[in-house]
Ligand binder design. Structure first.
Ligand code: DAH
Length: 352
């Protein structure tokens, strides 16, 4: 009698286990795994008798055991078949649904939105194409710099007041988030030597309070050309080509003296206002827009790159990509660029 009770409880547990397993199974494949688990050759139900020492039972109890085992086998077979049928039905319904997708139905407006490049990516790629056309290479560069790379290599020693103009973020390992792409001048010259023509576009950082025209994260594109006999005339020629291509018209530029430790002489290159033609308007004030700081590479920078300033000279410039994108797309608030708001991409299209 005791044996019968034990068998009954094992059968009951097994049934519960089967029911629980089937409740989890969703696909025909999963149900099949369960069938194998219980009714396969090595299955738990198939081998129930062996596993419960059936052979050792007294003859009168064997009969009762046999009935219970049959009952368990029927239960397992029925339940598993039921689940297999349901899973198959569900599967074919899903397949049918899949087959029902009609690729010829016209798109609704919601699906017709096409993506567009971020204004800065747009301006950057335009610049890269223009410079590549003039034989410049385009170099990628790190956003973290050593103090030497960001400052000293481009002639800004520790006690130089120019450091105040570029207050920056210091990392715990004493590196800095670069404040300008000029930090690549010496790296590139050391790697490639002279003569050299290249641009380095990239993200820069400064410790700024943010307002419509200031951001702590912005984009620049540095340019550098070093060769024998390079003069201000070459600088102006390249800048005019660049701006003419970007704004799709002949442009008038002027140079004003400007101070930057890594160039001598240094200039601010202004663009004759594209909106008012130089008469003066709210966008420019006096008819000129300050656009590209530039100059002839300082001899110390060449020396830092092991290049003899008596043999070679060069020019360098730093285009504010963010500023250029603002002009080209008519974006009046710099904060839009890093906002991550997808409407920026939908809303702004190039003005020129
Ligand atoms: N690195 C300067 C800045 O971020 C910009 C600059 C000025 C770059 C003059 C130049 C240059 O190459 O010649 O403020």
């Amino acid at each position: 009698m005791q044996e019968n009770n034990r068998t009954a409880s094992l059968v009951k547990t097994m049934k519960e286990q089967i029911t629980a397993d089937l409740a989890e199974a969703k696909t025909p494949e999963q149900v099949e795994q369960i069938r194998i688990k219980y009714l396969g050759k090595k299955g738990l139900v198939t081998n129930f008798a062996k596993n419960t020492d059936f052979a050792k039972l007294p003859p009168d109890e064997k009969k009762n055991f046999g009935q219970q085992l049959n009952d368990l086998k029927n239960f397992a077979a029925e339940k598993i078949q039921e689940s297999a049928d349901n899973a198959a039905k569900l599967d074919s319904a899903q397949n049918k649904h899949r087959r029902q997708i009609d690729l010829t139905v016209p798109l609704t407006a919601a699906f017709q939105r096409s993506g567009s490049a971020h204004p800065i990516a747009h301006v950057q790629s335009e610049l890269e194409t223009i410079f590549e056309g003039m034989g410049f290479c385009v170099l990628d560069s790190p956003e973290c710099e050593t103090e030497y790379g960001n400052f000293e290599s481009v002639n800004i020693p520790a006690d130089h007041p120019a450091r105040d103009m570029q207050d920056t973020f210091w990392l715990q390992n004493e590196m800095v988030l670069r404040t300008h792409t000029s930090a690549n001048q010496v790296r590139a010259l050391k790697r490639f030597g002279a003569p050299f023509r290249g641009i380095f576009p990239g993200r820069c950082f400064r410790y700024e309070s943010i307002d419509p025209s200031h951001e702590n994260t912005f984009f620049q594109c540095e340019g550098l050309m070093v060769d024998k006999g390079i003069s201000v005339a070459n600088l102006i020629g390249v800048m005019k080509t660049l701006l003419g291509e970007i704004f799709k018209r002949d442009v008038l530029v002027r140079l004003r003296p400007g101070f930057f430790p890594f160039v001598e002489p240094g200039f601010e290159l202004d663009l004759n206002c594209l909106f008012c033609g130089g008469k003066g308007c709210p966008a420019c004030g006096d008819g000129w827009m300050e656009l590209i700081p530039c100059g002839l590479v300082h001899p110390n920078v060449l020396r830092n790159a092991d290049i003899d300033p008596n043999e070679y000279s060069g020019f360098a410039f730093g285009v504010g990509l963010t500023r250029l994108a603002m002009m080209k797309f008519g974006i009046r608030d710099i904060r839009y660029f890093n906002s991550g708001d997808v409407r920026v991409l939908e809303q702004f299209q190039p003005l020129v």
